[in-house]
Design a protein around this ligand. Structure first.
Ligand SMILES: [Zn+2]
Length: 60
């Protein structure tokens, strides 16, 4: 399984998504996030969440 950290186009929050699907529903605002393009990918959801936490720390 491959995971990526993506930006919601509506609320701009970071969301961990499985790239197994073509889109992901944002857990914050409910927008549909299309999963296409280039992402930094992770083999586990845990790694993706750690990366997301790091990014959020940098953005603060
Ligand atoms: Zn959102």
């Amino acid at each position: 399984m491959t995971y990526a950290v993506v930006n919601c186009p509506r609320c701009k929050k970071l969301v961990v998504a499985s790239l197994r699907y073509k889109s992901r529903t944002c857990p914050y605002c409910g927008a549909r996030i299309p999963l296409k393009g280039q992402y930094v990918t992770f083999k586990t959801a845990k790694d993706a969440r750690l990366f997301k936490a790091k990014l959020q720390g940098l953005l603060k």
